[in-house]
Design a protein around this ligand. Structure first.
Ligand SMILES: [Zn+2]
Length: 253
């Protein structure tokens, strides 16, 4: 049975990034990349928040930070310069926060945590298990290197390609030291997990309220209408510093 077949057997849940996905992605990755693997890591994200990272691969060329999402049977559309992405399933449209930007946040947290190790190269790999995707501007200028894929076999290719021309910078001792450091500084324990989940839930609630009031959930300023390739949308006036967008100015979802 292939890993994809195993994934298909996982009980369907909308947009779950469940531990099954992480578990199989991690055991899959272990088979082909010479890296130390950490999965489901909870670390400080600054401002009293925490970052939950699905998988960190510590290889000779740097750290591969992997976000795994399950959008079973869905088509995912997004733009690397926009914070809102969409997926379609059963004739319905859902909006999601850009997994690319989410993973950029994880990398910022990880860079802060590992500051004493110097500037370690970090690569962002977003794996969305879905039927298809179309993402434009995957590598907007000034942003860390991103890879996006929609299956575990394509994740394998992305992991191999993303650092292909990069020099090896970490020897085995350094890889091990980084691995041990993350293990020692991650949050463990049920309380921390529950706190993280509650914080995410609260954040989502306040983001919804701001959106319903036509405000950018980050800058808290009124959104302005813009015209794009696919019609009108609403964007934060602080673009390009803030890349928040939404389709309607009053969210009814
Ligand atoms: Zn904004």
């Amino acid at each position: 049975m292939s890993f994809i077949e195993i994934l298909k057997k996982i009980p369907s849940a909308n947009e779950r990034r469940g531990s099954f996905g992480e578990y199989f992605a991690a055991s899959y990755a272990r088979r082909f990349i010479d890296a130390l693997v950490l999965k489901d890591v909870l670390i400080d994200g600054g401002n009293g928040q925490t970052s939950q990272i699905d998988m960190i691969l510590i290889g000779a060329k740097g750290l591969y930070v992997v976000e795994v999402k399950l959008y079973k049977g869905a088509k995912v559309y997004g733009d690397g310069t926009r914070s809102t992405w969409y997926y379609y399933r059963g004739g319905k449209e859902y909006d999601i926060y850009s997994p690319l930007m989410q993973n950029e946040g994880h990398i910022r947290s990880l860079k802060k945590l590992l500051a004493d190790f110097g500037d370690i190269p970090m690569f962002s790999v977003v794996t969305m298990i879905c039927s298809s995707f179309r993402i434009s501007n995957i590598n907007p200028p000034g942003v860390i290197e991103n890879g996006v894929c929609n299956s575990l076999p394509s994740m394998k290719k992305v992991l191999q390609l993303i650092a292909k021309d990069k020099p090896a910078v970490l020897d085995d001792a350094k890889k091990r030291a980084i691995y041990d450091y993350i293990l020692a500084h991650q949050h463990t324990g049920k309380d921390e997990r529950i706190k993280h989940k509650e914080a995410v839930r609260e954040l989502k609630k306040s983001v919804e309220t701001l959106k319903q009031n036509g405000l950018c959930p980050r800058c808290r300023v009124p959104l302005v209408p813009r015209k794009g390739k696919y019609g009108e949308f609403y964007a934060c006036p602080n673009y390009p510093k803030c890349r928040y967008t939404q389709k309607e100015n009053v969210s009814e979802k």
